[in-house]
Design a protein around this ligand. Structure first.
Ligand code: SF4
Ligand code: SF4
Length: 387
């Protein structure tokens, strides 16, 4: 087990200093207007989600997947590249108090509320991958159901973190044209996955959302085909529905919406309310098939990112994930010293399995910022309280 010690506190000090230095270096290259736009952007404020910091490469998506909740979040159907340049995105991330730079820092997840490789957005996506890789070095992951040409693959491979993890989404072979009307066909996605895998890129099958009666019935076929195309791991994910998604799926006349309703823990409360249906039984069944075929079943997208970067994480009950030889050993003293640097006065620490609890007499930095920094560096869940 690796000790976090070089000290954890010294690493925190160095990383905080690095952020300041990089920000002032970038400020000298960007215009005042560019700096202001980057500071106001949500990448400069947002708290990372458990899968890491999601990076928006565009606004809107026109692939028209019937199960997509992005239109219900108010995003347009007509896509456009995200308005920040690559340098501005790096500036925004460095301005974000939660963001920890570097290969052991915040996980970056590209393409959460859009498809990154749309015609309109792929250039921006590759620009963001290149700039964040060159300037920050954080672990990268990208989810897609689109494809790139051979020339674009060359550019992509040259631009990105060599350990990047690509999640290729496939939830049906038979009904893709109906459920994902404008997306490349699953066969094209598989061919794309294979080209990436041949170039040494880590590719994971993203079977999300599992549509009851469709994905579970086709799962074995999808898994076998994926394996034939060089995919070695799979992440399974549940379907989230809004009233709009239920309507669209019902109108398709191929999805049994009554079965989806039966699996709802509660009805959506408003048009934008996303409710995840209960499908642990389907997930377990698909996971059993995947394991039997020799695929690695990962509990979440962050797990695929952690594995492809040979990192280790035990920040939730699904863990530990990743390379056990890189497990991070932490002591109470490590956390106490790092917490003091981060603004926690007279820290008291207790560690239980994947959760560290930190109590501070006074706090000079936002408690959730302290928690996210420690969580990122020790890869455990951290709760910050006062006493
Ligand atoms: S590709 Fe993704 S963002 Fe685009 S419509 Fe489909 S699910 Fe939504
Ligand atoms: S333990 Fe695994 S699933 Fe949980 S946050 Fe870490 S990488 Fe993700």
């Amino acid at each position: 087990m690796k000790a976090a010690t070089l000290g954890l506190a010294r690493r925190v000090e160095e990383l905080l200093k690095l952020k300041r230095t990089m920000l002032s270096r970038l400020e000298s290259r960007l215009s005042r207007r560019e700096v202001e736009a980057a500071k106001k952007d949500h990448h400069a404020r947002r708290k990372p989600r458990p899968c890491g910091m999601t990076i928006h490469t565009g606004i809107g998506c026109n692939l028209g997947c019937l199960y997509c909740y992005v239109p219900d979040m108010g995003f347009p159907l007509k896509p456009s590249p995200y308005p920040l340049s690559g340098e501005q995105l790096v500036y925004a991330l460095l301005s974000n108090p939660y963001f920890v730079p570097g290969p052991q820092g915040t996980l970056l997840a590209f393409g959460s509320v859009t498809e990154p490789f749309l015609e309109e957005t792929k250039e921006r996506a590759i620009e963001y991958l290149k700039y964040t890789h060159e300037h920050l070095g954080n672990p990268q992951q990208l989810s897609t159901k689109a494809t790139l040409s051979d020339d674009e693959i060359d550019l992509f491979v040259k631009s990105v973190d060599p350990n990047i993890n690509i999640l290729v989404t496939i939830v049906t072979l038979r009904y893709a044209k109906l459920l994902e009307p404008n997306a490349p066909l699953p066969d094209e996605r598989m061919a794309f996955a294979e080209k990436l895998a041949r170039r040494g890129i880590s590719v994971t099958l993203f079977m999300r959302p599992i549509i009851p009666g469709i994905t579970d019935k086709e799962a074995e076929h999808i898994l076998i085909k994926s394996q034939e195309h060089g995919i070695r791991s799979v992440v399974l994910g549940s379907l989230r529905v809004t009233p709009g998604i239920l309507r669209r799926l019902e109108a398709s006349r191929i999805v049994d919406v009554n079965e989806i309703r039966r699996r709802l823990p509660r009805a959506p409360r408003s048009s934008g309310d996303q409710v995840t249906i209960i499908e642990n039984d389907l997930k377990e069944r698909i996971a059993r098939i995947a394991r039997r075929l020799g695929l690695q079943v990962l509990p979440s997208s962050c797990s695929a990112n952690v594995w492809s970067h040979k990192l280790w994480c035990y920040a939730c009950k699904w863990g530990p994930c990743g390379d056990p030889s890189n497990a991070i050993g932490v002591s109470r003293d490590d956390i106490v010293a790092a917490a003091e640097i981060l603004g926690c006065n007279k820290p008291r620490v207790s560690i239980k399995k994947w959760l560290a609890e930190l109590r501070c007499k006074r706090i000079t930095r936002r408690p959730d910022v302290i928690a996210v920094w420690l969580e990122t560096l020790i890869r455990r869940s951290v709760r910050v309280l006062t006493y």
